[in-house]
Ligand binder design. Sequence first.
Ligand code: DGP
Length: 114
Amino acid sequence: MSETIFDKILSGEIPSTKVYEDDDIYAFRDINPAAPVHVLVIPKLKITGFKDLKGLSESEIGKFIKGVSKVAGELGLDNDGYRIVFNQGKHGQQTVDYIHAHIIGGRQLTWPPG
Ligand code: DGP
C-alpha cells in the first residue's frame, strides 16, 4: 500500500488541524471545505477505501463508525444534522487512497449530490 498524504498527516509529517484523536481514529479539518464544518475522519489502521472494509475487523469498523458519530457530536452538529460521505474510487471521485469519512455540516445541504 503506497503512502498517502493522510499517512503523512497521521504521522505528523504534514501538519493538519486536529479536532479529535483517540487510540483508533484521527479527525482533522478538510483543507478545501465544502461547508462551514468539513472534517475528515480516518482509522489509524489503514485500508485504502470503503471497498476494502473487509480488511478491518468488526470491532475496528465499529470503533471507526462510532468515532465518526462522536466527532460529529463534538462538532455540535447533532441538533441540526449533517452528512457523512465516503467517496470510493474513480466514479466516487476519491482522490486519497486512505479510507476517510467526510463529516459535512453547518449549513442546509441539498440533495441529490452531483
Ligand atoms: P476524497 O475526494 O474523498 O478523496 O477527499 C479527499 C479530501 O482530502 C478532499 O476534500 C481534500 C482533502 N485534502 C487533500 N489534501 C489534504 C491535506 O493536505 N490536508 C487536509 N487537511 N486535507 C486534505
